[in-house]
Design a protein around this ligand. Sequence first.
Ligand SMILES: Nc1ncnc2c1ncn2[C@@H]1O[C@H](COP(=O)(O)OP(=O)(O)OP(=O)(O)O)[C@@H](O)[C@H]1O
Ligand SMILES: [Mg+2]
Length: 436
Amino acid sequence: MSTPIVELKAVGKHFRGADGSKRSVLEGVDFTLREGEIVALLGQSGSGKSTMLRIMAGLIQADDGQVLYRGMPLYGTARGIRMVFQSFALFPWLTVQKNVELGLEAQGMAPEERARRAEKVIELIGLSGFEGALPRELSGGMRQRVGIARALVMEPEVLLMDEAFSALDVLTGERLREEILELWQSGQIPTKAILVVSHNIEEAVMMADRVLIFASDPGRVRAELPISLPQPRKAESNEVRQLIDKVYELMTASSRRGGLISEKEVKLQLGDRLPQADIAHMEGILETLAEEPFHGRADLPKIAEETELTDAELLEVLNALLLLGFAYLTNGDILMTELGGRYVKASNIERQEMFGKQLLEHVPLIAYICHGLQQDKSGDLPEDLFLKLLRFTLSEEEAERALRVAIEWGRYGDLFEYNFNTGVIQLPEEDQPAAD
Ligand SMILES: Nc1ncnc2c1ncn2[C@@H]1O[C@H](COP(=O)(O)OP(=O)(O)OP(=O)(O)O)[C@@H](O)[C@H]1O
Ligand SMILES: [Mg+2]
């Protein structure tokens, strides 16, 4: 085993919700980043990946456990650890050159030395000729190159990339990723270890020596897959395809609230987050699944390819289908249930009815809203009431998201209506209590 550079030992982090309650975001995270490796971190949205990276970069502090850098406790940011963010976060009034020099300037490096170092990195990252340009004059891909140059100019031992390629279009993202890999493999950068957070399973398998899969609520490392294939890897090769399959399997393996909800544990609590799934996507998957060549059963990567959803979107949609009893998973395959089969063949009205019935049965938040509306004399209630409730267990943002999903689904299932101007939820017209 090669030398550890950054070690997380039983790291925990919590935040306070709007009502002051404590929410655990990371718990018992053990992880060691070693010399010579690229590690990819995958996990559902909100599982705490960015929080973990920020802790490793020294931007925020862990509440529990220990973070060691070269065997010593990490306090604040370390010169040798740099982070690249998804958003470009460049200073718009500074030229490319000045943006890149910024960190060196903060270190008090002399102007000539600064300029020399910046120029070298600008050339490495393919920005020669753009030194004098302002960020707004650059394409998204170029801007992200500046963001990476800004990290590389510090000659970090450890590079932490938080979805550094995901704001770019696919081809640009792939090209940039390949270039970084080349710089790393050819030793043109002094970086000794890289950790990338990604939502893209293929990206993780193509880049990494090791893939970590994060579980949510609270976030922790749930599974780890070493990848020993030599570089460069071919995305279409059998080995890569098999590994992608394996990662899907690990990500969807059942665990209480960890990855996807499994067949036996389709039991949500009132204050749980809801899958961020679009109904059109849910129906799209079911319809695709019913057709040739799948006949009700498909390999997850195949269905991902067929439906052109991102991995993050697909996982949310799968979660919703499992939750509502339209599909289930075994060994990395998705299978349509008998109900799912009937749903695909049903008319629109029948679909709405079936959908509404599943919601009442499996989504406690929606059942709770319906119950409240039926109890209320006027048959309508302000959404704030439910938001307050959700904030006990979820962050502000997640409470908002959970309620949006509940409202969208409930409207589709014809369980209630929603007034977008007033934020009032009400029973559908035909169910409203008669005026007296
Ligand atoms: N400063 C903060 N205050 C309160 N809650 C926070 C804060 N930062 C993050 N959180 C919460 O911590 C959880 C994890 O967030 P984090 O951004 O680390 O997730 P992530 O895995 O990076 O998600 P994504 O894939 O969407 O980027 C979320 O529930 C988020 O709402
Ligand atoms: Mg994140």
